[in-house]
Design a binder for this molecule. Sequence first.
Ligand code: FE2
Ligand code: FE2
Length: 277
Amino acid sequence: MANSFIGSPEHKEVLCRFFVDSHLPYKPAEMPWPDLNESERARLAALPVWNEAVKIESETALAVQVMARDERDPVLKEAITVQGYEEGRHAELLWLLTQRYGIDVPRPAPIEPKDKEWAFMRIGYSECFDSFFAFGLFAVARDSGFFPPALVKMFEPVVQEEARHILFHANWIAYTQSQLPFTQRPSFMFRRALAAYLMVARRVQSALKAKKAAEADGNQMDFTMKAYASITELTPGDFLRLCLKENERRLGGYDERLLRPTFVPSIARAAVATGRL
Ligand SMILES: [Fe+2]
Ligand SMILES: [Fe+2]
């Protein structure tokens, strides 16, 4: 049955309103950064993710800000501007974290993407993948005490921001595609499929390298996998079930007319259903 809401002016309004209204105003420098004892600090610093996380957030921030700058629809522009601001805040937050807890990472200087729509699309699909696993990892770090409770409390809204971003992405893709003239839709659909394919391909490649790197130093692993290997002792099947549960919980509270990202959860569900994990 065709869904007449998707692609309608109301869809755009509901999407952008949800996004702007659920934005939280906080400033990284004014957050209640907890003092950590040396073993807590060392455990945090030893997570092999900081370099890549700071770099990815900085690149994402610039790409989303460029997309917002050039967006002509005022309603979409406002929402994408908020997203660009939040991504810039993530970059700043991670940078402050590394500085405060003595984690040595270089400060990246991101380069403006040449094709802003392509960059925005790829960021969206990458966030769908990374956030799905980050939700599970965050739950493990929270429940196992891997992260001190004060740090968990401080980062909770940040993780929820990524849930809002992937919800925005899923709906932005569907809305944008519906607005194109029929002649331009095949090219958009092709780019969309390619962006999703590249997202999966890069992670599969990383997982294959990770298998080999397990006996070596782990440097070839994707940063999501590095975090998984460092934080949790759950079996892959139990971890995927946890990710699915957290994903549903984090996305469940928003307007039910909005589309949910389904691609990564459906792969995870299929993997769990094989019963081999
Ligand atoms: Fe982010
Ligand atoms: Fe994001």
